[in-house]
Design a protein. Structure first.
Ligand SMILES: [Zn+2]
Lengths: 294, 343
């Protein structure tokens, strides 16, 4: 039987970063999967994993920093890179409208947060895309931030972790500039590998199209969160193109694992420990890391 | 060219050409009409030239997709001095949507890698209409590695609507195959020349598109998403594809203006399909010239130049006063578009 919730965490010898406080009152929310009414605080203390059904809710970039890295260890880089509108894009909404909406919804000026921090005492370069910002899609800013992060990792001899929440792929609103970010980030990850540094890619719901077909697919180790949608072409498009039913669980993490496309599916509770263990074997455990575990 | 090869936007030109043909028949019996005929022909050429110089973005897409437009196997026949086709990826099967082989073009010995849609129904079926599965990218990369081993430049001809959207394609990891191609192409220590000969459809095109030089035939297009896909996202209506083609800035002229391609290769009047021989000769000369130039660089310089070229792509700004990041979690912001429609 699966071990869910705080009790389960304790049995596994794990703890979420935020101490669990079972507050009796407070704002409530509903599990997106099973519909269970939960206190927001409860869900947050559970790393936004439903205690009833184990659904991994999408989380923001900053929440991801919080649940992955050691408290107050993260220093953001290149926070001031912002999008321009190179195509002067006008559709039903202009690109400028989309950017403004995304800013209002997230308080962020781009879909990505990147920087340097510590994971269980180990120095790491860390980046994450936010699914709320134009679906975490990659335009010039996200591409540039990833390339700079990989270069910073090479300069400082750090392993790299990237967490994708990019259902939007390459960002349509920047046209071919966005497409070229796929090549640019792939080349940058290639240089990281040549420098002998590991890259762990964590794919969360959703990771699609131009992001899955570039840096997210280039992890030396690819980790998927449970039941995340990960694929190149969207399921709706495939269905209409080939005109037949898709198999059960198509493009979910478990499907990708069975087809040899990802290395492991890791529960959010265990993510930090699995990454730390992998880095320790790939790079050797540092004294700082050993000390942090005491 | 038969009648059905004419595109809808060519209607008035077709009408004019018909009248010229009629006049030509009459002129054979009536000597006085000869002068009129030659002036009409001049006018016809001028109209065609004007039409093709000012093709709308959507008309460009139509020309790029023309069923008679020369494809990789046409260029192999018309442009190369020797071709030794090499099949297969040694892993799963031979993906015929990408043709690979050793080739001689002028004084250059190269590895040719080209996407091929198929010129008749049978061939189109075998080639999945030019939409590669993962094995197509595995095949390509394998041949590029052989090229590197023997110091042969790589020439990529790009012509695809996109990678194949299907179950097997996803099961075998088409996204991973494209990503690994881009990563490894960026490191190749031989010259890489890429030419968009028809459709440059998003990631499926870029999976062969990491070169030292990116050339584009004048009426080819290169885009992050198909005009149809863009229209269905923007207006929930795939029929607004002409408007979408406009906003995407996918023509060779736009992309050269952005600095995202290096060179436009001229097409014969009325598009490559009107005269494949002339098209192939022009393209051959352009490829040879670029290979000549690149042959002066060392293996390390080639890889470095290619990396820097792609590293520099992108437009952004630096905000002097970035806004404070909020602590709150916004529950209301739910993505309003279909996932995974792009690239
Ligand atoms: Zn639930």
């Amino acid at each position: 039987m699966a071990l869910f919730g705080w009790e389960g965490l304790k049995k596994l010898g794990l703890r979420p970063q935020t101490p669990n406080v079972e507050a009796g009152t407070g704002p409530a929310t509903k599990c997106e999967s099973c519909g269970e009414i939960l206190l927001k605080k409860t869900l947050e203390n559970n790393l936004w994993v439903c205690p009833s059904c184990d659904h991994h809710h999408r989380i923001t970039a900053w929440e991801r920093v919080q649940v992955t890295l050691d408290e107050d260890s993260f220093e953001e880089n290149d926070a001031n890179l912002a999008s321009v509108d190179p195509l002067d894009f006008r559709g039903a909404k202009s690109y400028k409208n989309k950017l403004e909406e995304a800013f209002k919804a997230t308080g962020m000026i781009s879909a990505m947060v990147g920087g340097v921090g510590q994971l269980r005492g180990r120095d790491v370069a860390f980046g994450v895309t936010d699914s709320r910002f134009i679906m975490g899609s990659m335009g010039s800013v996200v591409g540039e931030k990833i390339a700079r992060l990989a270069e910073r990792a090479i300069d400082r001899r750090l392993p790299l972790i990237m967490v994708s929440g990019s259902g939007g792929g390459a960002r349509m609103y920047e046209g071919l500039f966005s497409l070229m970010q796929m090549a640019k980030t792939s080349a940058a990850i290639g240089r990281l590998g040549d420098a002998g540094l590991p890259f762990i890619s964590v794919c969360t719901d959703c990771t699609m199209a131009g992001v899955w077909a570039s840096w997210a697919a280039l992890g030396d180790i690819i980790i998927a969160e449970p039941r995340a949608l990960i694929g190149f072409t969207g399921p709706r498009v495939i269905k209409t193109t080939i005109n037949c039913e898709l198999p059960e669980g198509f493009q979910l993490s478990e499907f990708l694992l069975a087809h040899g496309q990802v290395d492991m599916i890791v529960h959010r509770y265990e993510l930090r420990d699995r990454i730390a263990a992998a880095f320790d074997i790939m790079l050797g455990k540092t004294p700082e890391a050993a000390a942090a575990e005491k | 060219m038969s009648k059905k090869d004419d595109l809808p936007f060519e209607a008035s030109l077709v009408e004019l050409k018909k009248r010229i043909e009629e006049l030509r028949n009459d002129a054979e019996n009536t000597p006085g009409l000869k002068e009129l005929l030659s002036s009409m022909q001049e006018k016809g050429n001028e109209v065609e030239k004007q039409l093709y110089e000012n093709l709308s973005p959507w008309n460009t897409v139509e020309v790029a997709r023309h069923p008679k437009r020369p494809q990789t196997r046409d260029y192999i026949d018309l442009m190369l001095d020797e071709f030794v086709e090499l099949h297969g990826d040694r892993q799963f099967r031979d993906d015929l949507s990408i043709v690979t082989g050793l080739a001689q073009i002028g004084s250059h010995r190269v590895m040719l890698v080209g996407q091929h849609k198929g010129r008749d129904v049978t061939e189109r079926h075998q080639c999945h209409a030019g939409c590669p599965h993962p094995e197509g990218y595995w095949k390509s990369l394998r041949k590029m590695r052989i090229a590197e081993q023997f110091g042969l430049p790589v020439v990529c001809l790009i012509d695809t609507k996109g990678a194949y959207p299907g179950i097997g394609s996803e099961e075998r990891g088409v996204a991973i195959a494209i990503a690994e191609n881009m990563r490894d192409m960026s490191k190749l220590k031989v010259p890489v020349v890429c030419v968009i000969i028809g459709e440059g459809g998003s990631g499926g095109a870029l999976g062969l598109g990491v070169g030292n030089r990116i050339l584009m035939l004048r009426h080819a297009y290169y885009s992050v998403i198909s005009p149809e896909g863009c229209a269905s996202i923007l207006w929930r209506d795939g029929n607004k594809k002409a408007a979408a083609a406009g906003v995407l800035k996918l023509t060779s002229r736009d992309l050269q203006g952005f600095g995202l391609i290096d060179e436009i290769v001229d097409e014969p009047l009325g598009g490559a399909h009107r005269n494949p021989q002339v098209m192939a000769a022009t393209l051959r000369a352009a490829i040879i010239r670029n290979l000549d130039e690149l042959s002066r660089l060392s293996p390390t310089q080639l890889a470095q130049e290619r990396y820097e070229k792609f590293r520099a792509y992108g437009r952004f700004t630096v905000e002097k006063n970035p806004p404070e990041l909020p602590e709150f979690r916004d529950e209301e912001s739910i993505p309003d578009e279909e996932e995974g429609d792009v690239a």
